[in-house]
Design a protein around this ligand. Structure first.
Ligand code: UDP
Length: 404
């Protein structure tokens, strides 16, 4: 019999898709599957796992989610790795390397029993990558899942990371450009959004209006929105500059920057201070610092927005893009990484290389409601066909099945 949760997905993606999920899940029923990442809250990986883990359990697997424990130095080292993998010329010191290894060793001691006995272990991103090295008696398959835009990594950082991940049975990346020469099987699987999660489920328009009122956002005037951690790669400064150009043409436009920290991101405060400075006290720029569980608030803001931006300079995927497209919003995104998979230029949004280009397209959208509606409808369909959680879960099961 179908579970209540899965039957709710059926009403969105169709019964056939749900039946396929059950069929693909049958070899995994009762199997121990462990995901490991570096934070329970904040950022796309936590968002994904919040949907994936319950769904895998609903399909009969024994799926659990473990989180790395580390000190400030560890997160500083892993943020350096993150920045280096995304192409920044970082200084990656021997002390950072030691801290990375030592934290891996300590976490492996804590998790060893569980990880060694699991049938499948999925390690997300570099932070927990060293765990495999300390689990000599593993029983199951181990997959390294890289969510980062690793197209042009800093060579020293990639050498370091690949040294830890070469021993895995396979690795998974979000797009072809990110693949690397490695001695194991590699697969491309896109991340996805959950249409039933509090962040994406349908929402009463009155609640949308109330959330906007709480933040002094005027729903009768145009709203530009970017939802992101305060991170240089998300280019919040570029967004403010685009807003200033738009403001010359549309004086009543408002900008909402909605963000918060992630437990594993030590750079946020610095970026936030720069954002405050750049905004110069403009009352139409709303800089929101949200708690990591503000899913309904983000859902409401995405629904209230006239246009949504994701002006990233590098992006592994960018779940916020699909989240907004799903709400029938055209998205203006940086022409980079996983944003290219989601935004079909001039079809469901625009891909841009500069804030000037972003401003031009925002003006086009603000001046024509028909264009916004047409693009918005295509945006929704594009996500429905390509980026919902049921689709990526099927790909995962197919792939994991092929390894076994
Ligand atoms: N997000 C959130 N609160 C914030 C900022 C972001 O809940 O203040 C969510 C956002 O809605 C998305 C995820 O965090 O679901 C970010 O994922 P994305 O892939 O866009 O970027 P990442 O942070 O992983 O680089």
């Amino acid at each position: 019999m179908q579970s209540h949760l899965l039957s709710r997905y059926g009403s969105i993606v169709g019964e056939k898709e749900v039946q396929e999920l059950y069929d693909l899940a049958s070899p995994f029923r009762g199997k121990e599957i462990v995901h490991v990442n570096s934070t329970k809250q904040g950022g796309g990986v936590a968002e994904l796992l919040n949907s994936f883990v319950p769904l895998m359990n609903e399909l009969g697997m024994k799926c659990s989610w473990e989180v790395m424990e580390g000190n400030q130095e560890f997160y500083h080292a892993t943020k350096t790795i993150h920045n280096g993998l995304q192409g920044n010329p970082v200084e990656f010191t021997p002390l950072m390397k030691n801290n990375f290894e030592e934290t891996g060793r300590q976490n492996a001691e804590r998790l060893k029993n569980k990880l060694e006995n699991a049938d499948l272990v999925i390690i997300h991103d570099p932070q927990p990558a060293s765990l495999l090295h300390f689990c000599d008696n593993r029983k199951g398959k181990w997959i390294w899942r890289c969510h980062i835009d690793a197209a042009t990594p800093h060579p020293e950082v990639w050498d370091f990371v690949s040294g830890w991940v070469e021993g895995y049975d396979a690795s998974v990346f979000s797009m072809e450009e990110f693949l690397k020469p490695m001695p194991h099987h590699q697969k491309i699987i896109c991340p996805s959004i959950d249409p039933l999660s509090p962040k994406n489920a349908l929402m009463d328009i009155l609640l949308v209006a109330r959330v906007c009122r709480d933040f002094d956002i005027d729903v009768c005037r145009p709203v530009m929105l970017q939802v992101s951690r305060y991170d240089y790669f998300k280019d919040p400064i570029g967004v403010i500059r685009a807003y200033r150009l738009v403001k010359k043409e549309f004086p009543d436009v408002q900008l909402v920057l909605a963000g918060g920290g992630a437990d594993d991101d030590p750079e946020g405060q610095k970026v936030l201070e720069e954002v405050y400075r750049e905004s110069g006290g403009d009352e139409d720029i709303h800089i929101l610092l949200l708690p990591p569980d503000a899913h309904l608030t983000i859902n409401a803001l995405q629904r209230a927005a006239t246009v949504v931006l994701q002006k990233s300079l590098r992006e592994g995927f960018g779940l916020t893009v699909s989240e907004a497209l799903w709400k029938r919003k055209p998205v203006i995104g940086g022409d980079t990484g996983g944003i290219r998979l989601q935004i079909d230029h001039e079809y469901n949004g625009y891909r841009v290389k500069s804030y000037v280009e972003a401003a031009q397209h925002i003006c086009t959208l603000l001046s024509c409601v028909d264009t916004r509606c047409q693009m918005g409808e295509r945006a929704y369909q594009h996500v429905r066909e390509n980026f919902l959680v049921t689709k990526s879960l099927k790909k995962w099961m197919n792939f994991a099945g092929s390894l076994a």
